[in-house]
Design a protein around this ligand. Structure first.
Ligand SMILES: C[S@@+](CC[C@H](N)C(=O)[O-])C[C@H]1O[C@@H](n2cnc3c(N)ncnc32)[C@H](O)[C@@H]1O
Length: 213
């Protein structure tokens, strides 16, 4: 398992310069216009959901990456601490956040936060680390603290198991964890761990999102 998590980390370090192409639908991620239109509508829905959630106070972002969402958190928060395992991704993040290079599976939060946020990270947490990960989230939150999650919606082709083979633009291949959650399944699972989350899919099903109720 540590090899797999190491490979996953390396994949994102190597992918850092091309990571945003996926989000902004550039190059090999370009799709037909109708699909792009639906993607953009779902992105707008996520942005609006986060705005309504109002991530104020001290915010911890886990697996912050290149900062696509860090840049949205910063204006609403008093401060944002953005943790990621890779210096390569954080080098592209915003200096408006406090950037911390650390492995989430060993890192201990030095303080508690009002909000813990993570996007496109939970699907990379393997089953055997799932409870441990949510224990970290719990330990990072103040008593009335809140969580907001963004992740992938259901895959187009049925996914088998929790492993996925990913390819970089230059053809190098990496095996990573990619686990797709149904909103109700995830809500039930985390309820057992003490988190009450209102989770849903975006209208076109590209994304899962939601926060503490
Ligand atoms: C799919 S990206 C998501 C990035 C960002 N949250 C976003 O929405 O664009 C996953 C991120 O997890 C980071 N990562 C991978 N393994 C990690 C680990 N063990 N601890 C902390 N971050 C890790 C990668 O460097 C990458 O930036």
């Amino acid at each position: 398992m540590s090899d797999l998590l190491g490979e996953q980390k390396r994949y994102y370090a190597e992918r850092a310069p091309e990571y945003d192409d996926w989000w902004y639908r550039r190059g090999r991620y370009t799709r037909e216009p109708e699909r792009e239109r639906r993607w953009l509508l779902d992105v707008a829905e996520l942005e609006e959901a986060l705005r309504i959630f109002a991530p104020s106070g001290d915010v911890l972002e886990l697996a912050a990456g290149t900062g696509i969402w860090t840049r949205r958190l910063v204006p609403a928060a008093a401060r944002v601490v953005a943790v990621d395992a890779n210096a390569e991704t954080l080098a592209l993040n915003t200096p408006a956040a406090e950037l911390v290079v650390a492995d989430i599976f060993t890192w201990q939060p030095p303080q508690q936060f009002d909000v813990v946020f993570f996007s496109f990270w939970l699907s990379h947490v393997p089953e055997e680390r799932f409870d441990e990960f949510w224990a970290l989230v719990g330990s990072a939150l103040r008593p009335a603290g809140r969580v907001f999650v963004i992740d992938s919606g259901p895959p187009e082709a049925a996914a088998e198991g929790e492993l996925q083979l990913r390819q970089l633009a230059d053809g190098r291949e990496f095996t990573i964890v990619k686990r797709y959650w149904e909103p109700s399944e995830l809500a039930e699972r985390v309820a057992d761990l003490g988190f009450e989350l209102d989770l849903r899919l975006t209208r076109n099903g590209f994304f899962l999102h939601g926060g503490s109720v």
